[in-house]
Design a protein around this ligand. Structure first.
Ligand code: NAD
Length: 241
């Protein structure tokens, strides 16, 4: 069985990583409501105030050390191993820039919006693994340009990574599953329609109804930390039966 899972900020919410928009829990304010998206997640915002943008992503990168994968991350890693043992495949495509899938044991995670643990030189295109804070004084280790390094994050208006690879995986899968994403950010939000057009089965697991819920064959409402392990047990149980 070949499955493609698309994850969003909701899968990391129970680990303590803030989501993009406010959740249905009024006590949790959406991360980006504290910082206007135009300022911290666009190339124009970075050009206008790189000090603020570096500060924002330095805080996000530092916060990785304070969070742990939750049962949803671990369950997907278990599903990946279980399917591979039987000649199948689970491809995890994530919009998340955290590293919780990897720390939960998942392999070959496709980060379509970049990664907090990666830095990109805007001068020469070099990218490297980096956990240190960045500033306007940071120097690219490849071309030595001061101020070249930027967070390796796909900002609004930039092209997401690995689009061709993701489309190929969706074409090759039998089931497409969306977990913890509001379905508001394209092109990720359009993958369910692509999967439907190709005749794939589709499932959504999300706390609230998303913008794209009506596109899915089935929608399950609740917390990823509970529903994802239940769904993984169903898949692996059906395989073992
Ligand atoms: P979003 O914040 O727009 O939507 C999150 C969705 O998750 C909501 O529909 C919400 O109902 C749901 N949700 C919240 N808690 C949940 C839980 N416990 N279980 C299941 N669902 C839950 O997030 P998005 O759709 O991923 O779009 C956000 C964009 O911001 C992405 O492009 C991403 O790159 C970026 N982002 C990433 C992170 C991260 O790396 N963890 C965090 C915030 C934002």
């Amino acid at each position: 069985m070949n499955i493609v899972v698309l994850t969003g900020a909701g899968i990391s919410a129970e680990s303590g990583v803030d989501t993009f928009r406010a959740s249905s829990d009024p006590k949790r304010m959406g991360l980006w409501e504290q910082y206007p998206v135009e300022q911290v997640a666009t190339p124009e915002g970075f050009a206008a105030d790189p000090v603020l943008v570096h500060h924002f992503y330095n805080l996000r990168r530092q916060a990785l050390a304070t969070v742990e994968p939750n049962p949803a991350h671990f369950a997907l890693a278990e599903l990946q191993k279980g399917l591979a043992a039987n000649g199948g495949c689970l491809t995890i495509v994530t919009q998340n820039v955290d590293d919780l899938h990897e720390r939960g044991g998942a392999k070959d995670v496709i980060h379509m919006h970049g990664e907090l643990t990666s830095t990109l030189c805007s001068a020469c295109g070099w990218r490297w693994h980096n956990l240190d804070d960045l500033s306007v004084e940071s120097v690219c280790p490849s071309c030595q340009t001061r101020g070249g390094p930027r967070p390796d994050i796909v900002w609004f208006g930039e092209m997401p990574y690995h689009m061709d690879t993701i489309e190929a995986h969706i074409k090759a899968c039998s089931l497409f599953v969306s977990i913890g994403t509001s379905g508001a950010v394209y092109p990720a939000a359009g993958y369910v329609q692509m999967a439907r057009a190709l005749g794939k089965q589709t499932l959504e697991i999300n706390l609230d109804a998303s913008d794209g819920s009506h596109f899915f064959h089935e929608s399950r409402r609740g917390k990823a930390g509970t529903l994802v392990p239940e769904w993984v047990d169903e898949i692996l149980g059906a395989r073992d039966a």
